[in-house]
Write a protein that binds this ligand. Sequence first.
Ligand SMILES: Cc1cc2nc3c(=O)[nH]c(=O)nc-3n(C[C@H](O)[C@H](O)[C@H](O)COP(=O)(O)OP(=O)(O)OC[C@H]3O[C@@H](n4cnc5c(N)ncnc54)[C@H](O)[C@@H]3O)c2cc1C
Length: 383
Amino acid sequence: MTEQQFDLIVIGGGGVGSSTAYFAALRKLNVLVLEQFPRGHEQGSSHGETRVIRTAYHEHPDYVPLAQNAYKLWQRIEDRFERALLSPCGLMLAGPPDAETIHGARTASDLHGIELEDVPAQEFQERFPGFNLPEGYEVVYEPNAGFLDVEECVETFFELAQLKGAQFAWDSPVTHWESDGESVTVFVGEKTFHARNLVIASGAWSNQLLNETPGFPSLEVLRKFMVWFPVRADSYDLSLGSSIFHYTMPYGEFYGFPSLDGETVKVCEHSGGRTVSPPFKEAPEMMDSDLEPLERFLTDVMPDLEPQSESYSPCLYTLTSDRHFIVDEHPQHQNVHFAAGLSGHGFKFVNVIGKALADLVIDRETEQPISFLSLKRFTNPGF
Ligand SMILES: Cc1cc2nc3c(=O)[nH]c(=O)nc-3n(C[C@H](O)[C@H](O)[C@H](O)COP(=O)(O)OP(=O)(O)OC[C@H]3O[C@@H](n4cnc5c(N)ncnc54)[C@H](O)[C@@H]3O)c2cc1C
């Protein structure tokens, strides 16, 4: 019996892989996704209820057009398939005047005309009940920011991709792959799979699958925790208009979401984290050193939360040295593409990254503005 030849194999069924599978299948490719864990697993980076989506992009204004495309595309998928994926609720950024979040958001807003309000300190208490504002802090508010239901987004892509004919092989850890430029062979233990094209969307495991790629930088993987704290009052209720918040404190960066259930609030530290290595089984338990900065933040800023956590979930950040993603064609194989190093802020973009990867596979070009995320910036810094 001859083995099936796919148009495209995608390694990884997380945020990027599920989206790539959908957009490639939509464009009539015969797609196979190989995922090492079961469907809906919580071992990678695309789980834990919520992800921030915002467009006044403080990390770099080059992300703004991509974030605007992502925002519209999430809304189009919601409308077309009657899914609830994106909840606009606004985002409050608080920090000292030199905080990168505040001046970065202002720069992005000025350059791209994004609505961003300066909130005077005397209006703060009334507008953000349940939050304290440290002396001398500035506040800006992005009214159109919101959050994505992370599990629902990934599941939506799985379902839509399957409807378009994509196949998924769960519990299929890829050990290595080969390409001769025309076709690829992908190895899962003793089994081999064949396709004309390969997309590698392997999140925290990218170093293992891309380590022989010329110019590919070693990515650092950090263990992070999402922590849910019980509320003492209804100050943070989504239903009462509470927003996402992000504070730059002298001891770290903290953010969280409005209460979805009226009982708990999810709060995370964006800074910090412990470096971990494959297979990332170590340190899934939260330690005092993970919790202490969060407790200090709650004591300083959120008096209506109990500082003793109710539950938590571990997650992985995969960081490039400049904290920007890499989305590109493999420098040696034109039929291999990858997205890696989404650096703790990539979920909002997985729809447009998946669409761009499908375009690159089929057309070798894309209208998505991703050239600033090229691998070449590591080998040719002037690029
Ligand atoms: C705590 C936390 C909070 C975050 N908050 C935000 C936020 O608010 N907003 C935002 O935009 N982003 C946020 N992010 C970042 C965002 O979630 C990630 O950038 C994004 O989910 C990464 O998607 P991915 O597809 O690259 O990785 P993943 O979703 O982890 O997918 C990679 C998949 O590849 C599979 N895989 C790996 N190797 C193999 C192999 N050899 N064979 C088969 N399968 C393999 C893995 O099992 C995994 O399922 C956050 C991340 C974390 C951890």
